[in-house]
Ligand binder design. Sequence first.
Ligand code: NI
Length: 258
Amino acid sequence: MLVDSHSHLFLEEFAEDLPQVMQRARDAGLSHIFMPNIDSTTIEPLLSVCTAYKGFCFPMIGLHPTSVNDSYEKELEVVARQLASPNEYVAIGEIGLDLYWDKTFLKEQLLVFEKQIEWALEYHLPIVIHTREAFDYIYKVLEPYKETGLTGIFHSFTGTSEEVARLLEFTGFMIGINGVVTFKKSQLPEVLKDVPLARVVLETDSPYLTPAPNRGKRNESAYLKDTLIKVAEVYQMSPELVAEATSENALKVFGMPK
Ligand code: NI
């Protein structure tokens, strides 16, 4: 069993060969692929892929911080409507703060993030958090929710030991590890040594962040194996055991039966 907790296989990068991409994922031993939404333009492709691959691909709904701009109210309204209608969303994601590309909409990003956290509590859904150059803000926003039962994943964690220690204070949250851990200059293998395996989930973030030895190519869920092998090396455990443990962690946080 192997679970990709974060993959965007509904994007146009996969329009030409999606059936082959899915087959390679199954051949690599994947049992579940969890798919975070981006914004109103991606909901239709997301849902059509998750319907075509029902029982294998699972959708989340949310507004990504890099899609927050002047029309954020309209975008939030779309998310609200999706949540209020009958649906199969397993989480609210991906949401968070991204100050790497643009700080113009920081105020709006904060507002959108908090609104979606409130919805997660209201609908009893976990959240999948994207953070880029915004660690202190993320911590500050989340701190009041420590005792609320809020759960989720800190997706694509690439920070320091101090940062991971602070994130681990949120006991309902997992740390999402992807291909970055295989990059030559990554500090992540060192940092991971301080993270209990019980708090780790694996992800690809396809089509981005392809692990070595395919770094630079389009990423896909089958390449999760390369991240698994590296993480197993860090924990000095067999890939089979790490696959089992991280898959159980992912299914637990998404509230899915094994
Ligand atoms: Ni993503």
